[in-house]
Design a protein around this ligand. Structure first.
Ligand SMILES: NC(=O)c1ccc[n+]([C@@H]2O[C@H](COP(=O)([O-])OP(=O)(O)OC[C@H]3O[C@@H](n4cnc5c(N)ncnc54)[C@H](OP(=O)(O)O)[C@@H]3O)[C@@H](O)[C@H]2O)c1
Length: 316
């Protein structure tokens, strides 16, 4: 049997470094596949593995049966002019990103709630009698309870925090207080002393965290954004920090990336900026998830039944 042809178009992701893990995963599952880095010439690919691909890929490759997005967020791909409407899009589901993002969030939650940045560095406090917070733990609100948000919520619950979650549909997660839908957003935000955004960016979540929503948070709340920058209205975040309504923000994702050098987020003393590093995509688990999906598609399973199938109408 001829090998399955697979076009690889990974922008800003060192595409060559993906070939060996992909080849190994397919070999391991006994599927003959030929991978080609997309260079503008069509190869008659049956599948495409992409991250921020050029629109030209879809004009050239007309026989695609599925497109694999090497990441969890698909807003960029779905917005791409020329993305064929009739080819299913699949995204990664966790694939090793969730534990790293939970670690990132837990690190900052500990830093915020226990004042851990008082220690270390040349100005370290040399005071044995420092305040040790012993009061009731603050409520943490996790927006988005998908593969990644639910994992973050579980890890925070394990460390003893009261965790509230907000999603489109109600969730049952032991110990978590679930809020669902726009009608319950105000009640959810009202108890989130630390708000963690892990929502996908869609027509419904763009600009969701604006002046009005920041005012719904308890006074002196913190915001941690690991979802997408477009969910936060930048100027409203800065205004909420400057008025004291918010105590601080930890931002890993931005409307424009890389965050422009002149952007006020870089210079605000109560904003911590990290350069979109909370959830890197580990190659081996990602390759495994792709080969498992290809195996099932080749066996005739409908793409809608596979994990990570993107429902285009809802945008995630
Ligand atoms: N910073 C990083 O390095 C990094 C890395 C990976 C991912 N991300 C971001 O994290 C996002 C989430 O990834 P994931 O794999 O957890 O996604 P997912 O499994 O698709 O989960 C999305 C969650 O958001 C909820 N949601 C979507 N639209 C909503 C709305 N309008 N109102 C309320 N809830 C809504 C969904 O609710 P239902 O469960 O009810 O459908 C679901 O719980 C990605 O889209 C990406 O943008 C960032």
């Amino acid at each position: 049997m001829d090998p399955i042809r697979i076009a690889v178009a990974l922008t800003n992701m060192k595409p060559e470094s993906w070939l060996a893990p992909l080849q190994a995963a397919f070999r391991q599952r006994g599927i003959a596949a030929q991978f080609e880095l997309f260079n503008g010439k069509p190869i008659g690919a049956r599948y495409a593995i992409v991250w921020q691909p050029p629109a030209e890929l879809f004009a050239r490759e007309r026989k695609l049966q599925a497109i694999f997005n090497v990441g969890a967020g698909v807003e960029g791909l779905l917005a791409l002019a020329g993305l064929p409407l009739d080819v299913p899009v699949l995204r990664l589901v966790d694939a090793g990103m969730a534990p790293k993002m939970a670690e990132y969030v837990s690190f900052f939650v500990a830093r915020i709630t226990r004042g851990l940045d008082r220690f270390g560095g040349p100005q370290a406090l040399r005071d044995w009698e420092v305040d040790r917070p012993r009061g009731v733990l603050p409520g943490i609100g996790v927006m988005g309870l998908g593969a990644i948000g639910a994992h973050i919520a579980r890890v925070l619950l394990m460390t003893g925090y009261p965790v509230l979650g907000w999603s489109r549909t109600p969730k049952e997660l032991p110990g978590l207080e679930s809020f669902a839908g726009a009608a319950n957003l105000k009640a959810f935000l009202g108890r989130a002393n630390i708000l963690v955004n892990v929502l996908p960016l869609t027509y419904a979540t763009r600009d969701l965290l604006n002046r009005e929503r920041f005012a719904w948070l308890p006074a002196h709340a913190w915001v941690i954004n690991v979802g997408r920058g477009g969910t936060i209205v930048d100027a409203d975040l800065i205004a909420a920090l400057d008025s004291g309504q918010l105590a601080g923000a930890v931002l890993d994702v931005f409307r424009e990336e890389p965050l422009p050098a002149a952007h006020p987020f870089w210079h605000h003393d109560r904003i911590i900026v990290t350069p979109h590093l909370s959830g890197p995509t580990p190659r081996e688990p990602a390759a495994l998830q792709i080969v498992e999906a290809v195996e099932r598609l080749e066996a005739g399973v409908a793409p809608e039944l596979l994990p990570g199938f993107v429902e285009r109408a809802r945008g995630y």
